[in-house]
Design a binder for this molecule. Structure first.
Ligand SMILES: Cc1ncc(COP(=O)(O)O)c(C=O)c1O
Length: 387
């Protein structure tokens, strides 16, 4: 029996497949060295701690962070964002964000509103673009934080992070960037971009396993951010109070050592390919997909046309057909896996004019090929002509 074609275009949710080195690294550490890192002084505990230290070093290098100890490992980007938003803000504080944020930013911010924090949501244009001057105009005396996604997971729009970083640095306001969609596929340098806090996830363009992520905290800012979780760190064990030094302040409990070993392998892979080369490959395919889709009657492609201003997340709508039906038919009839709906970002859809039905989202990864794209365009065309 002929095997059904299987095309994976849901890399913005989680990249798949992973490079072979990733499952190998996870299996290796589980089999050979998954002892508790930093707790015991024996050989295997030291080996587990070494893997985590190496992962910290390589992750820091990828983001231009000179001191790896400024980097905290978390379970995902959501965990990192919650440390910042819940740990830093209090009654009377004002925070600025954009209309393009994921619910991993919006929901903790809305919860903080109930605790007396004022939230300003800066509007974006119909292709998701943010004017950095609008962020500057929203700043008040009480502004304690600006939180901004690096790129939208709905429209692919890249936000003007370094321009906003220039404004916030000048005004002395910390800038927290949600790099969930960009870490590994768009160059990031925290110093150059004026980023004070960087939240990232491991299972997307860093090609690590799910359950990995992290937070960079600029030197000194830890004094202003309370930890969400407190407990054992393997350090300062004589004290019953939480350590105040980095990264232990925010790393209580046994870490996901196998996941971090896989993340290290993923980052190694990304570094060996080069972020710029990965971006070039993905954007060549994204351009091919956008052009192919735009030629189909009834298709509206969302987000900027200019590849310089976007990542390889391509959302579209098909007139007269619900996004969920397009997604179902692509999977069922053609073996093409994409995502439909609101993608956890209702505010972004309001800005883009695609609320409440959402979009069909095809998101490209390093392992996709031109053939995947051509098959997808043909499949969407077939659905469009048989609606
Ligand atoms: C822009 C953005 N922020 C945050 C997240 C949350 O990432 P995670 O589920 O890994 O915490 C996502 C995931 O889809 C995202 O796209």
């Amino acid at each position: 029996m002929e095997e059904k074609l299987r095309i994976y275009l849901d890399n913005a949710a989680s990249t798949w497949p992973k490079p072979e080195c990733v499952p190998r690294a996870v299996e290796h550490i589980i089999r050979e060295a998954a002892a508790n890192p930093g707790r015991s002084g024996h050989t295997l505990s030291i080996e587990a701690a070494r893997v985590i230290a190496e992962a910290r070093r390589q992750t820091a290098a990828l983001f231009g962070i000179s001191d790896p100890l400024r980097l905290v490992f978390t379970g995902n980007a959501t965990g990192a964002l919650n440390i910042v938003i819940q740990g830093m803000l209090g009654p009377g504080d004002h925070v600025i964000t954009s209309a393009m944020e994921h619910n991993s930013v919006m929901r903790p911010l809305r919860a903080m509103e109930l605790r007396g924090v004022e939230v300003s949501v800066v509007a974006c244009s119909a292709d998701g673009t943010l004017d950095p001057d609008d962020v500057g105009k929203a700043i008040r005396r009480q502004t304690a934080l600006v939180v901004l996604t690096h790129a939208s997971n709905v429209s692919g729009t890249v936000m003007p992070v370094s321009q906003v970083g220039a404004i916030t640095s000048e005004r002395g306001i910390p800038l927290c960037v949600d790099a969930s969609q960009t870490a590994g596929c768009l160059p990031i340098d925290v110093g150059r971009d004026g980023i004070d806090l960087l939240a990232f996830t491991g299972h997307k363009s860093l090609y690590g396993p799910q359950g990995t992520g992290g937070l960079y905290v600029r030197e000194g800012l830890e004094a202003r951010i309370s930890p969400l979780a407190m407990g054992g760190t393997g350090s300062a064990s004589e004290r019953e109070e939480q350590p105040l030094f980095m990264p232990d302040k925010y790393e209580s409990g046994t870490p996901n050592t196998p996941g971090i070993a896989g993340l290290l392998a993923g980052i190694d892979f990304v570094a060996s390919q080069g972020v710029e080369r990965i971006r070039e490959h993905e954007m060549t395919l994204a351009r091919r997909l956008m052009e192919g889709l735009a030629a189909i009657e009834g298709i509206r492609v969302i987000g900027p046309r200019d590849p310089y201003h976007r990542i390889a997340v391509v959302s579209f709508t098909l007139e007269g057909v619900e996004p969920s039906e397009v997604a179902f038919r692509l999977d069922d009839e053609f073996g093409i896996m994409i995502r439909s709906g609101l993608h956890c970002a209702p505010s972004a859809h309001r800005a883009l004019g695609t609320f409440p039905q959402g979009t069909v989202r095809a998101s490209i990864g390093f392992f996709n090929t031109a053939r995947d794209i051509d098959e997808t365009i043909d499949a969407v065309a077939s659905i469009a002509y048989n609606r």
